[in-house]
Design a protein around this ligand. Structure first.
Ligand SMILES: NC(=O)c1ccc[n+]([C@@H]2O[C@H](COP(=O)([O-])OP(=O)(O)OC[C@H]3O[C@@H](n4cnc5c(N)ncnc54)[C@H](OP(=O)(O)O)[C@@H]3O)[C@@H](O)[C@H]2O)c1
Length: 256
């Protein structure tokens, strides 16, 4: 099947996978730098992060193409437990073709996978753990149930990064200790809000889905209204028919 055509906005020239990887290249790593956090979301034009409880219906082939390409350059995929529970993360997270893309770039075939959970309400018998090609990492808080923790330790590495809830700065340390420096966060809204309030969102890759999503679905972030506006820099606008693929960076400098 031919890949979904993606162009730079205003251009008719289709971008190859290699050109897309260039467009999403991570900035050069600086010594002693903390991990870099890239969030990837899809939202409808009226701001919904899901439709009927899941994000899948909002994405099209172009969104799925970029989604897979982003996975091909990440050291680890980080998600909140709510996303694991609602989106059914399980098994190999990359198709064979994307595994080959990773190996061609010098990465191991599979990125790591890490889930943030305060409650540890995660089923150790689920495919997320039993069919994972790489032993998952669970990042939790010290207050989590020791019985649930013991059950999960049979199928995953469990790390504590906070007393009552997971603190993003401590989670960043946990990831860095495992050599995970390029962190692709695939949501959801609560995890995004936590990292936003800690000032740890370096990038937002946002697919703007050309649809209204009726209903009461939340936005891609669930942060508190007291939090300050956080300005972003527009790095690029790509397009596939009516879908826009936006890359924003935080802070004062562009990534490349
Ligand atoms: N549009 C998109 O691209 C996109 C992407 C992902 C998800 N979604 C949608 O988002 C919805 C799920 O939303 P959500 O907000 O529940 O997702 P979420 O952020 O993935 O999960 C929230 C859960 O993550 C854990 N968590 C997050 N931050 C934590 C912290 N600092 N300390 C401890 N635990 C923390 C908690 O797990 P415990 O409850 O286990 O303590 C919390 O209940 C679904 O409808 C899904 O389809 C959309």
């Amino acid at each position: 099947m031919s890949p979904a055509p993606i162009t730079a906005a205003g251009s008719d020239v289709e971008l190859s996978d290699g050109q897309l990887l260039d467009a999403y290249a991570w900035p050069p790593e600086q010594p002693d730098e903390r991990p870099r956090f890239r969030f990837n979301f899809v939202a409808s034009v009226d701001g919904a992060a899901s439709w009927k409880g899941r994000s899948g219906a909002l994405g099209d082939d172009a969104d799925r193409r970029v989604f897979a390409l982003l996975r091909s350059t990440a050291d680890v995929i980080l998600v909140g437990a709510g996303t694991v529970r609602s989106e059914g993360y399980a098994g190999e997270l990359l198709p064979l073709q994307t595994q080959s893309l990773r190996t061609a770039q010098g990465y191991p075939p599979h990125p790591g996978v890490a889930v943030v959970s305060g409650s540890l309400d995660l089923d150790p018998r689920s495919d997320f753990f039993t069919a994972a090609p790489v032993r998952p990492l669970v990042i939790t808080a010290a207050a989590a149930s020791s019985a649930r923790r013991a059950a999960l330790e049979r199928v995953a590495d469990v790390a504590v990064a906070g007393a009552r809830t997971v603190e993003p700065e401590l989670a960043a340390q946990v990831l860095a200790e495992r050599g995970y420096k390029r962190v692709l966060c695939e949501g959801g809204p609560q995890l995004f809000a936590t990292f936003q309030s800690a000032g740890l969102v370096d990038e937002l890759c946002l697919t703007l889905s050309p649809a209204f999503a009726p209903g009461t679905a939340g936005r891609i972030t669930s942060g508190t209204p007291e939090a300050p506006l956080q300005p972003l820099l527009l790095h690029h606008v790509l397009r596939s028919q009516d879908t826009l693929l936006l890359r924003y960076t935080a802070g004062n400098s562009r990534p490349r």
